[in-house]
Design a protein around this ligand. Structure first.
Ligand SMILES: Nc1nc2c(c(=O)[nH]1)N[C@H]1C(S)=C(S)[C@@H](COP(=O)(O)O)O[C@H]1N2
Ligand SMILES: [Mo]
Length: 376
């Protein structure tokens, strides 16, 4: 028996072809581009270039962009699988003999290889990340960001090369004259759209409350103390309790002022309805009560345009501190929250006090705060 590599002609499946590939490819391109743009937006929240001042409103903006990021990335999973299936036989196209054609062929293959590898890497690493499973050593954020550029670059090349094929395939319609019985192209596409739609519904519940019951992919149930999910509990963060002599230290201009909880409660209290919008795609709104950070800055004599480094009692793990850029510190909706939904903060939500600012990723809404450092 001789073993031979399959040839492209060996795959006679009539469902494969530019009609299906193009249509699935367009939607894959759309969902991945939405994920790319919302991903860039999320990235600059962490690494803000000097020329950019992030807006403090609308308060729901990051909630919407990050929700879109996760939903579009999840919708891309079934689209990517169907698209890879539909072009799979092309893997076995024999390279041309002519040297110049071979070079062109090689370049095209290389760009497709980068496109497929980067797309797979993005959806797999993203899905693993929202499942809060970190089976690797590399930094998720840096890698997901770098590969995003590889992806979008090879996508641009791919679209430019394939545009004529896509145009013809769309203009040619979906009819299959003389089609034998069996699954039609239309039915295949309907199933694909259905799977993508299901993926959307099953993840959107993390952001859209009335969809929560069907949100089987939802990372957080929506349950939690005080009607708000908890991302990392006090125990998980190594915060076992609050010392009896707890007080907030506010450092400015070489001096440290202390505010115990009753001193904070004696200051003017504000109430704001603001969401926690986790980078992992879940979000939920809460009614927060506490002291505007701007008032605390004024109390220690800091000027209007000061930035604030926020640190917590947490001693292990990431997310133990964050930085408030000046425009967030000055925004009166930014609170050092003491209460949530009408009651004192529970320990898991950050008792004795936590940061809550409008339009920021959840990871920067630091819990168990015990020190603010103010810099101008
Ligand atoms: N000190 C500290 N603050 C933290 C975290 C943490 O792990 N440690 N997790 C952050 C993340 S990722 C999110 S999404 C929010 C969630 O707030 P919640 O648990 O009160 O819902 O808290 C943020 N604040
Ligand atoms: Mo988060």
């Amino acid at each position: 028996m001789t073993v031979r590599l399959p040839r492209v002609e060996d795959f006679s499946d009539r469902l494969r072809g530019p009609q299906v590939t193009s249509r699935v490819g367009i939607w894959l391109g759309v969902t991945m581009t939405v994920a790319f743009l919302t991903g860039l937006w999320s990235h600059v929240q962490y690494d803000t270039p000097g020329w950019l001042t992030l807006p403090t409103g609308p308060v729901w903006l990051y909630r919407v962009t990050q929700g879109l990021h996760i939903v579009s990335g999840t919708a891309a999973v079934p689209l990517l699988l169907v698209k890879l299936w539909s072009v799979f036989p092309r893997l076995f196209i024999r390279p041309p003999r002519d040297l110049r054609l071979l070079a062109l062929h090689g370049l095209e293959r290389l760009s497709i290889g980068l496109l497929v590898a980067s797309a797979l890497f993005q959806v797999v690493s993203g899905t693993v990340n929202i499942s809060q499973w970190y089976p690797w050593d590399f930094s998720f954020r840096a890698t997901h960001y770098a590969v995003a550029w590889v992806f979008i670059g090879s996508l641009a090349v791919h679209v430019a090369v394939k545009l004529p094929v896509v145009r013809d395939a769309i203009a040619g319609g979906l009819d299959e004259p003389g089609r034998p019985s069996g699954l039609s192209r239309r039915a295949l596409l309907r199933t694909t759209w259905g799977a993508a739609g299901l993926a959307v519904v099953a993840t959107a519940g993390q952001t859209v409350p009335w969809l929560r019951d069907v949100s089987v992919f939802g990372v957080r149930s929506g349950d939690g103390p005080q009607d708000l999910p908890v991302n990392r509990s006090a125990t998980a963060a190594g915060v076992d309790g609050v010392p009896g002599d707890w007080a907030l230290d506010v450092f400015f201009d070489g001096r440290t002022r202390r505010f115990d909880r009753s001193a904070l409660e004696a200051m003017t209290q504000a109430t704001e309805e603001l969401p926690i919008a986790c980078v992992e795609g879940w979000s939920a709104s809460g009614t927060w009560g506490g002291v505007p950070v701007a008032d605390l800055l004024a109390a220690v004599g800091a000027p209007e345009r000061a930035r604030v480094v926020v640190t917590s009692m947490q001693t292990r793990g990431a997310f133990a501190s964050s930085e408030l850029p000046a425009q967030f510190a000055a925004d009166r909706r930014t609170l050092l929250a003491l209460r949530l939904n009408g009651a004192d903060l529970s320990l898991d939500h950050g008792y004795p006090c936590r940061m809550i600012a409008p339009n920021r990723p959840g990871v920067m809404q630091t819990k168990w705060v015990d020190r603010l450092e103010v810099y101008v």
